[in-house]
Design a protein around this ligand. Structure first.
Ligand code: ATP
Ligand code: MG
Length: 472
């Protein structure tokens, strides 16, 4: 199976019939209108004419979407919204409003409402909105399940990242974990290839079996051979007892071959044979030994080019590349930098017992930097900056000079000329910039940016701008 098809195949969404929608409105005609629209889309639909009935349903029926009349008699709209969110935080709320109360419906979105709909309804618009919220809820459920699945196993809560590329990666890990095919993990140095390999192993059915990393880049060939395949007593000078090879020792587990591109030609042949025959011949042994091991491999070189140039065997490349994925470099997912910074600083605080937080100016520099050493460089940078800082706040002056210089040298104009910037990134920057300049005034920002308020709220959530202190 080609890796790309695997990456693009998402885990099945829960069908819309499994989503439940609650309509709270004291006008019967509105309840029935909404119910008909929701039922026609396949929602399981419940109705309530007052808040008590709605709360009961929320507690017992696992509601996913709530349509909420802000003017339902006997309760304040915001209080209702807060109660609904308190009782069922994962439910998305659509506020039902009249033209006279649109302002408060917009305000409601700050308090976590997904969107609003104005009475009298345009049926097509209502259906579109219900379809859109269903897509959103299904994705949220899917991501929650993935995260639970990944995080429930040993050491896997350590992968940090919410960028779309990372969500793709989580999906891939879940799929790859349940198969036994080799996986070839591509990615620049420090992007987290080993972390991904661990996740694949520890999320799979053999997570209680060994995970053995072998660095093919730093060991001399003879050592790699005796490590991987083992040897028998007397095989060479100094071999005064037999040693079991890691490929056999893993026994049901995983051997992770890091820097596989550095493996010499002889060893490539031996490894290929081991993968094909599912047996190995320890150095000096006359008989082969059966093995039961999954191979995961990683490379920061372009192996296809190495194959074309004759440095890497094509047949071995195809054997290893049954499934493959690319771990994105940090510069392609800069929106994850604040999360990663928070993650590493928390970890450092736990280790050292002293709390560290990043200042706005330091974070700005980190966001502008390109991180050629990726997440590892970021981790090291924070370790050093924490050691340099005199108090809990890390200032720009505590950052390594490489970062400070890069910031000085690289005017944003240069950056724009030398890189092709995705439109989504430009949009995100424009929104962030507007909100900062306007001190968080979203209505004004929406006006100046030339976009609808609803769109702006959605974009803030989509781009995770809450991580930058933008409140909803
Ligand atoms: N997404 C991530 N979330 C949290 N930590 C990460 C992430 N990616 C990488 N790291 C951390 O960065 C460091 C480098 O990761 P790792 O060793 O997996 O990278 P690598 O791609 O194997 O690097 P190399 O090519 O240099 O071997 C590790 O300490 C790892 O825990
Ligand atoms: Mg590595």
């Amino acid at each position: 199976m080609a890796a790309n098809s695997l990456i693009s195949t998402s885990i099945e969404h829960p069908p819309i019939e499994l989503l439940s929608l609650l309509i709270l409105d004291d006008e019967r005609a509105v309840r029935e209108g909404c119910r008909d629209a929701a039922v026609s889309l396949g929602y399981q639909t419940f109705v309530a004419e007052n808040s008590e009935a709605a709360y009961k349903l929320l507690e017992t029926h696992g509601i996913d979407v709530v349509m909420l009349d802000f003017k339902v008699s006997g309760s304040g709209g915001f209080e209702l919204l807060r109660e609904v969110k308190r009782r069922r935080p994962q439910a998305e709320v659509i506020v039902i409003t009249s033209n006279a109360t649109v302002e408060s419906a917009v305000q409601a979105m700050k308090y976590g409402a997904y969107d609003y709909v104005t009475k009298p309804f345009d049926l097509d618009e209502l259906k579109l909105l219900l379809g859109r919220v269903a897509g959103h809820v299904k994705l949220a459920i899917e991501n929650r399940l993935l995260r639970q699945k990944i995080k429930s196993k040993e050491g896997l809560g350590n992968i940090v990242g919410r960028a779309p590329e990372m969500e793709k990666l989580y999906r891939f890990i879940c799929k790859a974990a349940s198969s036994t095919y080799p996986v070839l993990i591509h990615g620049e140095s420090g992007t987290g290839k080993e972390l991904v390999a661990r996740s694949i192993h520890f999320s799979g059915p053999n997570h209680d079996k060994p995970f053995i990393p072998v660095d093919c880049g730093s060991l001399v060939p003879t050592l790699i051979e005796s490590e991987l395949f083992g040897y028998v007593k007397g095989a060479f000078t100094g071999a005064n007892r037999s040693k079991e090879g890691l490929l056999s020792l893993a026994n049901g587990g995983t051997v992770f071959l890091d820097e596989i591109g550095e493996l010499g030609t002889d060893l490539q042949v031996k490894l290929l044979r081991a993968l094909q025959e599912k047996e190995i011949r320890p150095v000096g042994a006359t008989r082969p030994l059966p093995i039961n091991v999954r191979i995961l491999a990683a490379t920061n070189r372009n192996l296809e080019t190495a194959v074309e140039q004759g440095g890497f065997r094509k047949d071995l490349y195809f054997r290893l590349n049954v499934l493959s994925l690319r771990v994105p470099p940090l510069r392609e997912r800069k929106q994850d930098i604040p999360l990663l910074v928070g993650h590493f600083l928390d970890r450092l605080s736990r280790l050292t017992g002293s709390q560290r937080i990043i200042s706005d100016e330091a974070l700005k520099i980190m966001l502008a930097y390109d991180w050629p050493g990726n997440v590892r460089e970021l981790e090291n940078c924070l370790e050093r900056a924490s050691a340099m800082s005199s108090g809990p706040l890390i200032h720009s002056g505590d950052l390594p000079t490489a970062l400070q210089n890069a910031m000085r040298q690289q005017s944003s104009a240069d950056m724009r000329q030398s890189t092709i910037i995705p439109i989504a990134q430009l949009e995100r920057e424009a929104i962030l910039n507007a909100l900062r300049q306007l001190k968080g005034d979203k209505l004004e920002a929406a006006k100046k940016l030339g976009m609808g308020k609803t769109t702006l709220y959605r974009k803030i959530r989509e781009y995770h701008l809450e991580d930058f202190g933008i409140t909803m």
